[in-house]
Design a binder for this molecule. Structure first.
Ligand SMILES: NC(=O)c1ccc[n+]([C@@H]2O[C@H](COP(=O)([O-])OP(=O)(O)OC[C@H]3O[C@@H](n4cnc5c(N)ncnc54)[C@H](OP(=O)(O)O)[C@@H]3O)[C@@H](O)[C@H]2O)c1
Length: 269
């Protein structure tokens, strides 16, 4: 955590303080009677709904937000090993979603941030994809984020603030072998979010899309892609989580619509 301190009003230069947390910086500043100019907003006492926080990227995001003092509302089938309001919901069963979200909103009061993270992977050649599996991918990866957003957006609009972060993918903008269903769902998620951003902007609501490449979770475990990437450097879920915190800390006048996060492997051809 870093804060720029202006030594006196009108002073063009300043000093930079560093400390482990916002609170300790504020204590130091209070003791020294300094004027603080925060580089980024505090997330303390904000509220966030995080989907798919039971493991992987979602759990890392939930933990990172909790460290910032954010109050959490969590939505997944299994209970995440982290404190917060939890409502069990199978996002493939679309009828469950509105009531589950309403329960979380009731418990949180208002929702400052929505993190649409939950997702499923499907890797099959097109002739082998069952309609039910295709539809399940689309339900969890794009229809569920739409339904959750539809529940939350009106109150964000009414409050003229709110931030929606979608965990999309590099599969949102390019094709991969045997990933037609997954790529279709992630392309659709990005398309939905791009239009949502235009709709939400006049109301002061931000929409961000984080598009990672291979992240070190169990998401692709047991798949051909998982085998192909074995031993290669993967993205740490905690780094994605820190990016979400970074996004949410941005001032109102900054827009970061899409961030593509690729693995960087100096040895890869
Ligand atoms: N890992 C990667 O390489 C990678 C790369 C780019 C983008 N992403 C995206 O990042 C997001 C998270 O992926 P991850 O790697 O963290 O995967 P993960 O470790 O498999 O976790 C997936 C999360 O989604 C939840 N989920 C899955 N199906 C659900 C359902 N039907 N209803 C409710 N929740 C459900 C799971 O919770 P429950 O099982 O408890 O329900 C779990 O918490 C996904 O949207 C994925 O597309 C991942």
């Amino acid at each position: 955590m870093q804060i720029v301190v202006s030594l006196f009003r009108g002073c063009s230069t300043g000093v930079t303080l560093e400390a482990a947390s916002t609170d300790s910086l504020l204590n130091i500043a209070g003791t020294l009677n300094l004027n603080l100019e925060m580089k980024s907003a505090s997330l303390k006492n904000k509220t966030a709904i995080v989907t798919g926080a039971s493991r992987g990227i979602g759990l890392a995001i939930a933990k990172a937000l909790a460290r910032e003092g954010v109050r959490l509302g969590l939505l997944s089938r299994s209970k995440p090993a982290i404190g917060g309001e939890f409502v069990a919901c199978d996002l493939a069963d679309l009828d469950q979603i509105p009531e589950a979200v309403r329960q979380l909103v009731d418990r949180l009061g208002t929702v400052d941030f929505l993190i649409n993270n939950a997702g499923v992977f499907l890797e099959k050649p097109v002739p082998e994809i069952q309609l039910a599996d295709w539809e399940r991918s689309l339900r969890v990866n794009v229809t569920a984020p739409f339904l959750i957003t539809r529940e939350i957006l009106p109150q964000m609009i009414a409050r003229k603030q709110g931030r929606i972060v979608n965990i999309a993918s590099t599969s949102s903008s390019q094709g991969y072998l045997h990933q037609s269903a997954y790529c279709a769902s992630k392309h659709a998620l990005l398309g939905f979010a791009r239009s949502l951003a235009i709709e939400a902007k006049p109301h002061g609501v931000h929409v961000y899309n984080l598009c990672p490449g291979g992240v070190d979770t169990d998401f692709i475990k047991g798949t051909y892609l998982g085998e192909r990437l074995k031993g290669q450097p993967m993205i740490n879920p905690d780094d994605i989580a820190e990016m979400v915190v970074f996004i949410l800390r941005q001032p109102e006048n900054i827009d970061l619509p899409e961030i593509i996060v690729r693995r960087f492997d100096p040895k890869a051809k």
